[in-house]
Design a protein around this ligand. Structure first.
Ligand code: SF4
Ligand code: SF4
Length: 365
């Protein structure tokens, strides 16, 4: 009898370990309202009370932001409110009124819009495990919500390699003061021998920080967004010599802001949309061409697992381990590693394909 009980206990123990060792990530290749409904069904149980739906409204002129009609049904299902914060640089998205007007012109008309920092700022202090900050600044209205649906366009980003869920809740929930704190000291330099004075960077810079004749970057105005690097046709603009360190620190800063908000609001679920995977982000008017074909939609309750799975799928299609380092010249892998190190989630995951019912287990250690 004892042996039977021991055997049963061992089976249960192994089974529990196996289940808990990988986080579930759901996938469909249908980038349609039906595809959104499929993945949403798997994570929507976590949503309760007043639901904030974090999206990106798309910069003026950007056409790659995820179109709101694709996820209209799920936002209506959870009675969600679109939430965003004002940006740091010169744009209609810098002021609440023009920000909302731009969102509406991009089709975000079927749910209320709340610009979280329109009424002020909340400060979060002393988040355990963070080495870069002891104070974090977020939009005040965040605390009006009980749970969050984070819908992120997974694409390239000049400073962080890629932008997904981590960037969406860190930069996306921070006030301009918090955004500046993350970008600070992230200024590009120009290799003049490569520069042809084409002025592309001058026109692209959202902070009006670059002047030509003579060429200069005003570090008082520069927010370190990296958009000038993305548009330069001659690779003349780069982060300074210690570029690796600058990028590593920027990725870690994003993660710490994400951790601070997750410590305060645990009820968050994530949908990453792998469509129009361009080299620059939705804040850019000229985000560059997609460098891999469209892949699909992922959903999870684990922010690390969904970022890892999204990155792995892009890597697989692109045929290399670090696709954003190749395509954007910046690796985003530190985001995933550091988020795991500070305890935000699991790098091991089960990719559950809802189209084929196949499950793939991906373990990294
Ligand atoms: S990084 Fe480049 S584009 Fe961005 S604010 Fe600085 S100078 Fe302008
Ligand atoms: S985009 Fe590049 S080549 Fe053109 S002005 Fe700027 S640094 Fe020079």
């Amino acid at each position: 009898m004892k042996r039977i009980l021991f055997f049963l206990f061992a089976v249960l123990f192994v089974s529990a370990c196996t289940k808990n060792d990988e986080s579930a990530v759901y996938f469909t290749d249908q980038i349609t309202p039906e595809g959104f409904a499929k993945v949403y069904e798997k994570i929507s149980n976590e949503l309760e009370g007043k639901v904030g739906v974090k999206v990106h409204f798309g910069e003026e002129g950007n056409t790659y932001y995820v179109k709101p009609d694709l996820y209209k049904n799920i936002v209506l299902d959870c009675n969600g409110t679109f939430i965003e914060t004002n940006v740091l640089y010169k744009s209609p998205r810098q002021q609440t009124e023009s920000h909302i007007a731009l969102a509406k012109s991009h089709g975000f008309t079927y749910a209320p819009i709340d610009i979280l920092d329109a009424t002020g700022e909340i400060q979060i202090e002393n988040v355990e495990g963070c080495q870069h900050y002891n104070k974090f600044y977020f939009g005040k209205n965040l605390d009006n919500y009980n749970s969050f649906l984070i819908i992120s366009h997974f694409k390239g980003h000049g400073s962080s390699g890629f932008g997904g869920a981590i960037k969406n809740i860190s930069m996306g929930f921070a006030t301009p003061k918090g955004k500046l704190a993350m970008h600070r000291n992230n200024f590009p330099v120009c290799e003049r021998s490569r520069c042809t004075d084409c002025d592309s960077c001058v026109l692209e810079c959202p902070a009006n920080a670059i002047t030509s004749n003579p060429f200069s970057i005003d570090v008082e105005k520069c927010t370190g967004c990296g958009k000038c690097i993305d548009v330069c046709p001659n690779d003349a603009l780069r982060y300074p010599k210690d570029k690796q360190d600058v990028q590593t620190v920027f990725c870690e800063r994003l993660v710490e802001y994400a951790k601070a908000i997750l410590n305060r609001h645990e009820k968050m679920v994530y949908i990453n949309v792998l469509v129009d995977i361009s080299t620059s982000c939705d804040c850019s008017r000229n985000p560059g061409k997609p460098f891999v074909p469209n892949i699909g939609i992922l959903a999870s309750t684990d922010i690390v697992a969904i970022e890892k799975a999204s990155h792995d799928l892009v890597a697989k299609i692109h045929g290399c381990k670090d696709p954003f380092l190749e395509a954007v010249k910046t690796s985003g892998l530190r985001q995933i590693e550091y988020a795991f190190e500070v305890g935000m989630g699991n790098k091991n995951y089960r990719l559950i394909n809802l189209d084929t019912d196949e499950t793939t287990i991906v373990r990294t250690e």
